[in-house]
Design a protein around this ligand. Structure first.
Ligand SMILES: [Fe+2]
Ligand SMILES: [Fe+2]
Length: 361
């Protein structure tokens, strides 16, 4: 009952009963114990509670990733979409289906990235420069979502049809369900560290490094034929960001394996994971990728196997698919900005950086 002589009394009483507030930078106690952290020592996970100290920087790869992401800032609304609106009417039935399906899959995948990063990856990291790189990645993912919304509105697409396509197409849903199962271990601070690192492996190497990267390609092939060039241009910026995320993820996992050797994935487990992901990708691509001039299902799957081999090699494993899986898309690296000597269609992707720094790779 309210005390009219002292109306704030009941509120103060409740306040007193509340548990003591946590310190802002308190790492997970179990993580600290497992890591055997020494007071004042910076660790990726379970480090000292002095986690606000950026300097001295211990994880230079993370600081570099953070700085690069700041330099690569871009805004989708700077790209006019008029040309694509005209081109949309010129697409044949196969091109339209492939564009719509791959674009819709990208939109949902990027939204998932934001949730995974915010709820899962960041939560457990105690080294500030690594946390900053993850936050910078989150910010880039929001720009990607902004880009999709810009494209949807410019092309008069139905938002629900795009964002919720995965609910109607089982092959897309299967990929996202698998992803959720694989990254569940990332969520919740007290989870098993080995599963956390495996979740990171799936998230950075498979979800971003294979599925997501490959999904740009059907639209890139159209862009190279002067179709949907403005969408393609935005996807180039996104792909540039994503290749930075994959490089960051690779360094993060290697560093975690070094600090926590017991979390190292063995080659058989890595191969199993890649094989499962490839099965899902094949089913998805059989639905999504229709034959088009300069691109078809066979090329798509060969490129996906090439990416899978590359990710495995990056992580110190043997490739799974044999040497015949050479890159079948000669324009791929140039498209995502690795090679700067050629600059097709006046795209500004490779030049558009703040801070006057052009070399980022
Ligand atoms: Fe993204
Ligand atoms: Fe990403």
């Amino acid at each position: 009952m309210l005390n009219w002589d002292d109306p704030l009394e009941s509120i103060q009483r409740k306040k007193k009963a509340a548990p003591a507030a946590k310190t802002y930078f308190e790492p997970v106690a179990a993580d600290r114990e497992a890591a055997g952290a020494v007071e004042g020592e910076k660790r990726l996970i379970g480090g000292s509670d002095l986690t606000a100290n950026i300097a001295p920087i211990k994880y230079h790869w993370a600081w570099d990733a953070y700085i690069k992401s700041q330099r690569n800032f871009w805004l989708p609304t700077e790209i006019g979409m008029g040309e694509d609106l005209m081109a949309l009417g010129r697409l044949n039935e196969h091109e339209r289906h492939t564009f719509f399906t791959t674009f819709a899959t990208l939109t949902t995948a990027d939204a998932l990235h934001q949730r995974n990063l915010a709820l899962a990856v960041y939560e457990r990291i105690t080294a500030p420069e690594v946390g900053m790189a993850v936050i910078a990645q989150m910010h880039q993912e929001t720009i990607h979502s902004m880009s999709y919304q810009h494209i949807i509105e410019s092309l008069n697409f139905d938002e629900d049809e795009i964002y919720l396509l995965y609910q109607r197409v089982p092959q897309i849903r299967a990929k996202f369900e698998y992803s959720n199962a694989r990254t569940r271990a990332l969520q919740g601070q007290g989870g098993d560290l080995g599963e956390y690192v495996q979740g990171l492996f799936f998230y950075y190497m498979v979800f971003e490094g294979i599925w997501f990267m490959a999904n740009f390609c059907p639209i890139f092939s159209m862009q190279r034929r002067r179709l949907m060039v403005r969408t393609g241009e935005q996807l180039q910026y996104i792909a540039r960001d994503e290749s930075g995320h994959v490089a960051f993820g690779r360094a993060l996992i290697h560093a975690l394996w070094q600090e926590h050797p017991e979390t190292r994935l063995d080659e058989a487990a890595a191969h199993r994971l890649i094989a499962e992901a490839m099965e899902l990708e094949q089913a998805y691509a059989e639905y999504a990728v229709r034959p088009m001039l300069g691109y078809d299902l066979d090329m798509h799957l060969r490129h996906v196997r090439y990416l899978a081999n590359r990710r495995l090699l990056d992580m110190g494993f043997n490739p799974l698919y044999g040497e015949q899986e050479a890159e079948c898309l000669p324009w791929w690296e140039e498209q995502i900005g690795f090679r700067k000597e050629k600059n097709f269609f006046e795209t500004r992707v490779t030049e558009y950086q703040t801070g006057g720094a052009l070399s980022w790779d």
